[in-house]
Design a binder for this molecule. Structure first.
Ligand code: AMP
Ligand code: ZN
Length: 143
């Protein structure tokens, strides 16, 4: 089955597009967390954050920054969340990578995230393991 966001890019599926350029498109989320909830994505299909080429990702992020300002001003929001879900475990439902920009208003709702505690040893172990992986993969860093 075709990707719904690819269909929107090709104008084969309906959507409320608010911005597009050669590489990037932004349209209203059909089931907004708050009115004005915007989705911003590359026109080309990439599954998730890790597979978008870095140069294109930089362009995407610059558009997300611009559009976050537009969302905030146009909805008179007090703040906004930008987020991306990657993988079903993280709540991703459409596997065409996209940023959410969600306008937020004082006392609208609380994100019900429950935080954990580290003991010192656990924290250091996890940091050390990450640093080992950074050493191993740092050849992939660009920019
Ligand atoms: P995610 O869970 O990060 O994959 O988010 C997918 C988002 O796409 C959800 O917030 C949906 O409400 C939204 N969505 C799904 N289908 C459409 C559509 N046809 N037009 C606009 N937004 C959509
Ligand atoms: Zn797609």
């Amino acid at each position: 089955m075709e990707c719904i966001f690819c269909s929107i890019v090709k104008k084969e599926a309906p959507s409320e597009i608010v911005f597009e350029d050669e590489d990037i498109i932004a349209f209203l989320d059909i089931n907004p967390i708050n009115y004005g909830h915007l989705l911003v994505l590359t026109k080309e299909h990439f599954d998730n954050f890790l597979t978008v080429p870095t140069e294109l990702l930089q362009k995407l992020i610059s558009r997300v920054q611009f559009l976050a300002g537009i969302v905030k001003r146009s909805t008179s929001a007090d703040g906004f969340n930008t987020m991306t879900n990657n993988g079903t475990a993280a709540g991703q439902r459409i596997f065409h990578f996209h940023f959410h920009i969600i306008p937020r208003f004082e006392n609208d709702f609380k994100l019900n995230l429950i935080s954990k505690n580290y003991n010192d040893q656990e924290m250091k172990q996890i940091a050390d393991r990450m640093k080992e992986f950074i050493e191993k993969y740092k050849g992939q860093l660009n920019g």
